[in-house]
Each structure stands twice: as C-alpha cells, then as structure tokens.
Design a protein around this ligand. Structure first.
Ligand code: PLP
Length: 242
C-alpha cells in the first residue's frame, strides 16, 4: 500500500494536469471553465483515494457498480476528513433494475438511465428512502449499439418525458460514451444536437455528461458540462471497460 502522502502527491499532480487540460480546452472553445464539472471516477480504486481527492478539492465522484459504490459511499462518510466539503456521488455505470433501489439511497445523480423500468424503480427507490429528488440523465447510445448501455436516439424523448413525469426524479440532461473506434468530435456533435432538441421541451435538462480521459477536449468543444475522468486521475484500472 503506497504511503498516504505519496499517493496524495500523485493525485495532486494528476489533478493539476487534468485541470490544465480542461482550461486549455475551454480557452480553445471560448467557454468559461466554470461551466465544467469534473467528476472523478473512483471505480476500482479504494475509498482512501476518494478521501484524498475530496481533500484536494474534488466535489464530484463517480462510480459504476452498485455493490462497490454503496460500500464506498458508506465508508467515505466515516473516513472523510472533518471539515472537507460534502461530495456528490454520480452513478455512471450500467444499472440493473434490482439495484435501482440501492442506488437511489446514495446517488445524487444517475447518468445511465436507458429504459422505462429503471425510471419506475428509481422513482420508487427515492421515495422509499425518504430522500428528496434524484437527478437523472438519459444515457444515449450514439451508434445504436445498446449492448454497451444507452437508449437509441429515437427513444430519448419518451424516456425524458417519463423521467420528467416521475414524482421523485428530476430530468437533468443526457449522457453518452463515445462509441469505440468512433471520432469523438462526430459523436459528441450528435449528442449536442440531441441535447439541444431535448432542452426545447425540457429547459431544465442542462447537464451534458460527456468526455472521459481520452476525449475530454472533444467533449468540451461540443458543450459538455460534466466530464467523467478515471484513468487520467487515478491511474490504470485492472478491469476492462465498465
Ligand atoms: C469508467 C468510466 C469512465 C472513466 O473512463 P476513463 O477513460 O478511465 O477516464 C467514464 N464514463 C463511464 C461511463 C465509465 O464507465
């Protein structure tokens, strides 16, 4: 186990590098950097990393599997350095219906809603947890290959309607992952058009969750508001994508 201060220096350096990339991308796109929220994706990394990132000023953390996330959120609440600001937890991974109730207990936003059954299950989960409203993003599959998660573009308006109509959910926006092998600029341009159409009916749906370690610049060019950064901040995971 690396020494805590060594790991903290490493995370600080990575964070500085990512923030410079975001600033440069914003400059190039003529966008204020304040429009961008960095979500540090801590999946497969220990809760101690989440604690260090919070100490370094990261306010948003992302997780993709319920079992890991639910434990990490609970451990974080115990281990967080007293006085460090509260963090928001974003659930960004594929969601199974039977996990929705659990996710609704700790997530502040769910980015990966792609089918009606999840909407109903999350809505019930938020209510039974006695929580306030949960922010929901509809995940779009930009190449129509839904095996990696996301709804096809044609299904997004009706999913958005269902989220907006749910008593305990707030329609917050859309999320996508650039398809494997695709040009991220093309992919995120398509996402931006879709997001704009959605905002015509749902002006509150302002979040555009796009951009990861390898393609954040393209995402910033196309209006991303939330970047989900794992590898470039925390290092290589031992898993495959997911
Ligand atoms: C893991 C993951 C990320 C982070 O990807 P990196 O390439 O490690 O930055 C972003 N989005 C989703 C949906 C993920 O599952």
């Amino acid at each position: 186990m690396p020494d805590r201060e060594d790991r903290k220096s490493e995370l600080r350096e990575n964070l500085t590098a990512i923030r410079s990339r975001i600033e440069a991308a914003c400059d190039a796109a003529g966008r204020p950097v304040a429009e961008l929220t960095l979500i540090a994706v801590t999946k497969f990394f220990p809760v101690t990393d989440a604690v260090l990132l919070a100490e370094l000023g990261v306010t948003d953390l992302g997780e993709s599997r319920d079992q890991e996330a639910s434990r990490k959120v609970a451990d974080f609440a115990e281990l967080a350095t007293p006085g460090s600001p509260p963090v928001r937890w974003h659930f960004i991974g594929r969601l199974q219906k039977n996990k929705a109730k659990s996710v609704a207990r700790y997530a502040d936003a769910v980015h990966s809603v792609d089918r009606p059954e999840l909407i109903a299950a999350l809505d019930r989960g938020v209510e039974s947890a006695g929580r306030d409203r949960l922010a929901v993003l509809v995940q779009v599959s930009l190449d129509g290959d839904t095996s990696r998660g996301g709804a096809v573009a044609e299904d997004v308006p009706s999913l958005a309607e269902q989220v907006a109509a749910a008593g305990s959910l707030t329609l917050a926006g859309v999320m996508a992952v650039a398809p494997l092998g695709a040009d991220p600029d093309q992919a995120f341009a398509a996402l931006a058009r879709l997001a704009e159409r959605l905002r015509a009916d749902h002006p509150e749906a302002r979040m555009l969750s796009a951009g990861m370690s390898s393609d954040l610049e393209a995402a910033v060019r196309h209006g991303a508001t939330h970047l989900r950064i794992g590898t470039a901040l925390l290092g290589r995971r031992t898993d495959t994508f997911g």
